[in-house]
Design a protein around this ligand. Structure first.
Ligand code: ASP
Length: 363
């Protein structure tokens, strides 16, 4: 209900406050570079862990299930780019597709700054006001999150309880690999970046982000969490709307450190389980396609699982391998989604600092 109007008004209000196109371009390039860099770092962390532990070696493939239909939704790399420019913006909004909405909002905001003053002022005020109202609606909804989280987590635990109890040995080790790598990235790598580059207190920031992180954990959706992430980042950590409105919606769809890491570990696990030794070149291909897959994955539950087909196809691994990891996907999805949201918020704090903003968590 609130995601599309919030993202739309927030981006337009953020872009118009940036003034000219040069600022926007600079911020855009900086944000993209930052996101690509941290996602790559996450993938390398996962690759290291999975190569050290080798959880897939000696897996009994009798366990494999087939997953018909799951691969249909995965797009090719080309599709990822096609998905950015909407054919029809109303349709894109109705579908809840965030990337085209971001694209249109940036374009719209940019051209607001290009029209004569009378119109510029009307539209700038209108979208600022719309954004303020959407933030108020968001704050109101946030009051219900404890209840929502309670309900959603109990239901998930109930649904997955038999599976969780019967995880076979290698699958448990595989899950542990993903979890350890995710924790390392979230609690060591990203805090170092926030501290050193962002000149901010990472753990104070972490505390500010508890509500969105728990919501990401329980909903397994970065997009559903987006309104809460924006609220916490602006009100608790003190990042301006100018920065958060640009970095967060973009981050929720294209910056998925947790997903990127997961794609890599999962693909390597599948290769190991099938007894396929990947060369250095093939592993490099896993890294690149895992990055692309994480960019292309939507911020919804299980999107990362579906996108693994991109990685598997690129390196020629059997798609049935997905059946192997299906049983533990939900719990790993919850964790990787929290890392996705956390990394977006770290990006916003770091970029705010690079734009000389004073935040509540600055050193
Ligand atoms: N559920 C994740 C997210 O919304 C995407 C994924 O499945 O990896 O961030």
């Amino acid at each position: 209900m609130i995601i599309i109007p919030l993202v739309f008004s927030s981006i337009i209000s953020g872009v118009t406050s940036m003034g000219d196109g040069k600022n926007l371009g600079r911020l855009g390039i900086k944000t993209m570079m930052y996101y690509l860099a941290t996602s790559t770092l996450a993938i390398l962390t996962g690759l290291t862990v999975v190569n050290l532990v080798k959880p897939g070696v000696g897996v009994d493939l009798g366990f494999s299930q087939t997953v018909e239909g799951l691969t249909e939704h995965a797009g090719s790399v080309k599709d990822i780019f096609y998905r950015i420019v909407p054919e029809n913006i109303v349709d894109a909004m109705a579908q809840g597709a965030i990337l085209p909405v971001i694209f249109f909002a940036i374009l719209f905001g940019f051209f607001i700054t290009r029209v004569e003053q009378k119109h510029r002022e009307t539209l700038t005020h209108f979208f600022d006001a719309l954004f303020e109202v959407m933030m108020k609606v968001t704050l109101f909804i946030i009051k219900f999150t404890p209840l929502g989280i309670f309900g959603i987590v109990s239901a998930e635990v109930h649904r997955n309880s038999d599976q969780l109890g019967s995880i076979a040995g290698s699958l448990a080790i595989y899950s542990l690999c993903v979890i350890v790598a995710l924790l390392f990235h979230a609690l060591v790598s990203l805090p170092i970046i926030v501290r050193v580059i962002g000149k901010a207190r990472p753990y104070a920031h972490l505390k500010n982000m508890i509500t969105p992180l728990l919501t990401a954990f329980s909903t397994s959706s970065s997009s559903a969490t987006l309104p809460l992430t924006m609220e916490a980042l602006e009100n608790n950590s003190g990042v301006s709307n100018k920065i958060s409105s640009f970095t967060l919606p973009l981050g929720a769809t294209i910056n998925m450190d947790g997903t990127a890491l997961y794609e890599c570990v999962a693909a390597m696990f599948i290769a190991q389980a099938y007894g396929i030794d990947l060369t250095f070149g093939q592993q490099a291909l896993v890294v690149v396609t895992a990055l692309l897959a994480s960019i292309g994955a939507a911020g919804i539950p299980m999107a990362g699982l579906v996108m693994i087909t991109v990685v598997l196809t690129a390196v020629g691994l059997p798609l049935e391998g997905i059946g192997l990891i299906l049983a533990v996907d939900r719990i790993l999805d919850m964790l990787r989604t929290s890392v996705n949201v956390w990394s977006d918020s770290c990006g916003a704090v770091t970029i705010a600092r690079s734009e000389n903003e004073i935040t509540h968590v600055g050193l």
